[in-house]
Design a protein around this ligand. Structure first.
Ligand SMILES: [Zn+2]
Ligand SMILES: [Zn+2]
Length: 182
């Protein structure tokens, strides 16, 4: 029970990191270190500059996959992720630390930060595809926004990215359209 809930929380945080990194890289405003630190990657603050640079290069290569998730059906997404997984170096183990109960680490603590992050992102995505397919990945409904989001709501009601302006301007436009037609 505890294993499942801890792992679910970590997967959710990691999926949020995928979305934020993909949106950031697409729009040239990615804060790789800050995004990962905010999403519970404990080594992010201390990671070397070289490690962040290597990681950013790999993330740039993965951004096309991440940003396509809302448009891919399950078999296409699985085929693409499987291709990326063939290059992944992992050595899983179950660990408890910092008051967090048993959960899986995909790489040993001695591994480089960039390999650790890459393994975490792709394995979280692999688990999400097995659990839900691509259905929880969406694209912002605002007409001038292309950002993707992960919809963790129970009834899958999310329509907009994390930018609150997208929701408010779309609601204003919809309201005006209703007034015109009424
Ligand atoms: Zn951990
Ligand atoms: Zn948006």
């Amino acid at each position: 029970m505890r294993l499942a809930s801890t792992t679910e929380t970590e997967i959710r945080l990691t999926l949020d990191a995928i979305v934020e990194l993909a949106n950031g890289i697409t729009h040239d405003r990615a804060d790789v270190r800050g995004t990962l630190a905010d999403r519970g990657f404990a080594r992010a603050d201390a990671a070397s500059h070289a490690s962040i640079v290597r990681l950013t290069t790999k993330l740039e290569q993965l951004t096309e996959l991440f940003s396509s998730l809302p448009d891919l059906d399950e078999p296409a997404a699985i085929a693409w992720v499987n291709e990326e997984l063939t290059e992944l170096e992992i050595a899983p183990s179950i660990v408890s630390h910092d008051g967090v109960g048993p959960h899986i680490h995909w790489t040993p603590s001695t591994d480089t930060f960039d390999n650790q992050v890459l393994a975490d992102l792709l394995m979280a995505l692999a688990q999400e595809l097995c659990e839900n397919g691509t259905i929880r990945f969406g694209r912002c409904a605002a007409s001038d926004c292309q950002e993707i989001f992960y919809d963790g709501t129970r009834n899958r009601s999310k329509r907009f990215c994390a930018d609150p302006r997208c929701a408010s301007k779309t609601h204003t436009a919809e309201h005006r359209a209703r007034q015109r037609s009424g």
